[in-house]
Design a protein. Structure first.
Length: 210
């Protein structure tokens, strides 16, 4: 089964991808991971991507699509895969189509912006050991102090309210139009917010017929 996971930043795509991957025995393909792997392996397309990354530039669509195509040709993808974080734009989706890369299901995790804002801005990370907490759902015993090592907890730059709002704005402008694109192909499946990881995964597995 070939699956795309769509959803705003903080919607839980990575978490769900891991669970689906484990249950179906198919790999999760994350853009960041495969770019890093291609660069490390020194493949021709990896070297091309590295030249942009070293210059602090965004890796262009055509290079990202080539990296993905290379990864999907590997034996572990023969029985299917989950794409997380790509395509991000209509242009990327069209480029995948043009290269004959097609999908069985596109799952769109539907979560209100207000829920995502609370979820992401509430996260805290220990500066010393990297342990993570959430001010509402999993707070430390003492505010601002890590339970495990006593280190100071901090809010990552990615989780600052202005950064979260910016990332959501980019998602709505550039990535959300993909829902209509895949709806037109008859493969979009909306996954309403179930309020928890297990309940959301159960809804996903039902949509997948598993």
């Amino acid at each position: 089964m070939k699956i795309i996971l769509l959803g705003a930043p903080g919607a839980g795509k990575g978490t769900q991808a891991e669970i689906i991957s484990r249950k179906l025995g198919i790999p999760t393909i994350s853009t960041g991971n495969i770019l890093r792997a291609a660069v490390k392996e020194g493949t021709p397309v990896g070297q091309k991507a590295k030249s942009f990354m070293d210059a602090g530039k965004l890796v262009p669509d055509e290079v990202i699509i080539e990296v993905i195509k290379e990864r999907l040709a590997q034996p572990d993808c023969a029985g299917g895969y989950i794409l997380d974080g790509v395509p991000r734009t209509i242009a990327q989706a069209e480029a995948l189509d043009q290269r004959g890369i097609h999908f069985d299901k596109v799952l769109s995790l539907e979560i209100d912006d207000s829920v995502i804002q609370a979820r992401m801005t509430g996260r805290r990370t220990c500066h010393a050991c990297g342990a993570t907490y959430h001010m509402q759902s999993a707070p430390p015993k003492t505010e601002g102090v890590c339970d495990k090592c006593g280190g100071a907890l901090e809010q990552r730059r990615d989780d600052l309210p202005e950064t979260v709002n910016q990332r959501l704005a980019v998602y709505h402008k550039e990535t959300e139009p993909l829902k209509d694109y895949y709806q037109g192909k008859g493969i979009l499946n909306a996954v309403p917010d179930q309020g928890g990881i297990e309940a959301t995964n159960q809804a996903i597995m039902e949509l997948l017929g598993k």
